[in-house]
Design a protein around this ligand. Sequence first.
Ligand code: UD1
Length: 424
Amino acid sequence: MSAYIINGGRRLNGSLNVQGSKNSVLPILAATVLVKGKCVIHNCPLLSDTECTVKILKSLGCGVRREGNTITVDATVVSCSYIPEDLMREMRSSIVFLGAIVGRMGEATMCAPGGCEIGLRPIDLHLYAVKRLGVNVIESHGKIICKVAEKLKGDKITLSFPSVGATENALLLSVTAKGTTTIVNAAREPEITDLCNFLNSCGARISGAGESIITVEGVDRLHGTEHTVICDRIVASTYLVAGAVTRGDIELKNTEPVYLNSVLPLLEEAGCSVNVRCKSIRVKCPMGLRRIDKIITQPYPGFPTDSQALFTTLTSVARGTSVIVENIFESRFKHVPELVRMGARIRTEGRVAVVEGVNSLYGADVLSPDLRGGAALVVAGLCAEGVTTVGNVGFIDRGYENLSQNLCVLNGDIRLSISGEGKN
Ligand code: UD1
């Protein structure tokens, strides 16, 4: 089993460009299935989830070419409406192919998606949205079989929760549906806006992206385009927290500070100095951290659930007691027992964690429970005394491009040990 081996206790310093957003690139790549032509997508992060998405595109018959961080998809011909089970199980976001494939082919067959085990993660809202637009859905023997009844027809879709994935599926299906679709209580995440910008550059007519009500006027067809994926706000928050817990001084470039409007004030509350310029964020924390009163995860523009585990690490080494409330997923404190192994003092009850800060964490052997939980353990290892080994790195590779190399550039001491190599 591969693991990150981290020698903790070094201050992180320096500057870094932030990678493209995982949660943007996956739905945008899926959306290329709707386009009878070539799409060139820049700033694609090199991740295992991106690889999996490329495999799905190829299995559908699309031509896919990759050059560095640019992926070109030619979906002039799509020959298949079925996603193989192994690819479907590999990641949760494979469910966004549902809207794209049905929009293109009039039908799709897939099994329930996989992904990180952070809660029940049902897909009822996705299925509700596609049914509203005229798709018959049969769920049988673990398979989801979707077929357009007569034709895709715009309608009002009212989501009971602003689900990111369900909003994406509703968008993908409605762009070529006949007439007008209104998505009420739509997710407002920047990644939704990025998807809408991509689709509009292909000729779609979407307005209201980033707001709670999105309106889509269906068009007959989409054309090829060139698009650059936005920066990854969760990866940005990871490096900022790593800088904060190591009492370092980090500047992130090529980022969009406004996406972190709910995160940066909490870093300030914890005692960091935060300097924002047009595309850069600099965080310094020479004096050590203090408690954050309450961290409450909410849909965007609220504090992101994906940054919650990182702030659990941060508050673990902050003076005083902090309270964290996880409102989005039911099982998103799986990193807590691992942090406790490293000396953290955290109690959880249901959706609430009470974190009593300690002077220092100490190195231990821990396992990534999921993507962001794994990143939180790496960050904990960077500020812990001694050596930390973080196993199950496959989870972390789903979302972070060159994590260990980037942290080394910032003066961290971290390396990837490939199976069986052990510590030294
Ligand atoms: C996306 C992100 C993920 C992030 C999450 C919330 C991607 C690839 N992943 O996941 O990193 O943590 O948004 O910001 O973009 N729900 C239902 N029924 C549904 C759909 C969702 O009950 O049909 C519930 C989920 O169980 C969860 C909540 O809604 O409790 C939020 O889920 P959703 O916004 O859909 O998250 P994802 O799109 O899966």
